[in-house]
Design a protein around this ligand. Sequence first.
Ligand SMILES: O=C1O[C@H](COP(=O)(O)O)[C@@H](O)[C@H](O)[C@H]1O
Length: 232
Amino acid sequence: MASTLHSFASAADLAGNLADKVADTLSAAIAARGTASIAVSGGSTPKVFFQALSTRDIAWDKVTITLVDERFVPADNPRSNHLLVDANLLQNKAKAARFLPLYQDAASAEEAARLATEKTRAISSPFDIVILGMGGDGHTASFFPGGSNLAKAIDASTPRGIITMEAEGAGEPRLTFTFSSLQDAALLVLHIEGEGKKDVLAKAEGSGDEAEMPIRAVLRRATSPVEIYWAP
Ligand SMILES: O=C1O[C@H](COP(=O)(O)O)[C@@H](O)[C@H](O)[C@H]1O
């Protein structure tokens, strides 16, 4: 499916525009079905966007938020994506939203993935909105190059849900929604910032293995158009 690049003069401009687009899409889903769902990424990039989105005036009590991926760490760990969402998105008007964490207090990451799959099933078939990020190594969600479960995670025939991933570049074991869960969101966004990430994107758009740069799975095979939001 085609992708469209939306470029902005600054990270603040991007955050405001993306927050407006996401708020409009959530409101349209609520008007149509009474509820709306969004899966967001962690990392360093989305913080300003989260803060902007948290101030938008929508029916947040009808919105369920979850994560595209998470480290297998509890929410008080400084590296937790849940902590980032708590501090920056579940604030202001968005405090009224429901948050479904991927991390579960389970004996293993595999058991946590099973529990999280059950708990998110009702909101992910498909998501109204998915916001992806991308690492400098071409990973997206926790689809890491060399990842223990990468082939399964990006195989379109792997069912919707959450699986585990371990990789050298990942730090802790990870929990990640599979490609099939993310690729058909009504609004599928790739949010990246900086010249370095633009170069990584250009490389990913060229030829080469998906296993080398897993973002290629999304750019090449997502059934929804990929809306790329970029600022310097
Ligand atoms: O590990 C992760 O990194 C990516 C990109 O993060 P950034 O710090 O380069 O913005 C993120 O999309 C993913 O959710 C996160 O777990």
